[in-house]
Design a protein around this ligand. Structure first.
Ligand code: HEM
Length: 180
């Protein structure tokens, strides 16, 4: 996983649960000695150990932890990738162009960084569908990112999202609607 995400995870745990929590969690995950660099790529196993230890330490539901982390990720995600985001875009536009622009750029900049493949269909001005597929299987992080983007634009109270597993394969579908 991209060091940027791992650094954000460290920051999220420290701000939400404190420095002592991060020390204990990183030690349990055998990651205490690792200095995290935003430009490196870290093994997924290490990141999942950190998440699992954080879930155990904070006694949070894994889905809830991932969703909250996804929300917390957004301000810096939008800052770091600002150059690829049209200032006129709002929530549904950012979501519409995530795959073709942001995730695409992330992959092109470093082929070792592998964001999930999102199949995005803008159904109308106010509705869209996103299919998420990843061997990491953490759609709740995506749910948090979507909510965080909507919160950034003040559109969260009008955003309706359902997350459903696809019946026939290891994929998930987000149905998204922005009410007027
Ligand atoms: C501003 C828009 C976005 C940017 C710049 C962005 C960028 C990134 C980056 C850098 C990663 C790390 C990939 C890696 O370490 O291999 C990532 C992962 C991820 N992204 Fe995005 N992303 C954006 C929007 C979204 C949206 C809208 C979703 C909603 C489904 C999403 C879902 C995810 C998930 C779930 C991961 C975790 C890795 C996985 O599941 O395989 N992202 N993204």
């Amino acid at each position: 996983m991209h060091g940027f995400i791992v650094l954000e995870l460290e920051k999220f745990i420290m701000t939400q649960y404190g420095f002592t929590a991060w020390n204990a969690i990183s030690k349990q995950a055998n990651a205490a000695e690792i200095s995290i660099d935003a430009n490196q790529v870290y093994p997924d196993a290490m990141v999942f150990s950190l998440v699992n230890e954080a879930v155990a330490y904070t006694q949070t539901e894994p889905d809830t932890f991932l969703e909250k982390f996804g929300i917390a990720l957004v301000p810096n995600l939008l800052k770091v990738y600002k150059a690829y985001i049209d200032p006129a875009w709002k929530t549904l536009d950012i979501l519409e162009y995530t795959e073709s622009t942001m995730h695409h750029t992330v992959r092109t900049n470093n082929p070792n960084v592998t964001p999930p493949v999102l199949e995005i269909t803008r159904r109308s001005a106010k509705t869209m569908e996103i299919i998420y597929r990843s061997k990491r299987n953490i759609p709740q992080l995506g749910l948090g990112i979507i909510k965080g983007i909507a919160a950034h634009f003040g559109e969260l109270p009008r955003l309706y999202i359902t997350l459903t597993p696809c019946a026939d394969e290891e994929a998930y579908r987000f149905d998204i609607e922005l009410s007027t």
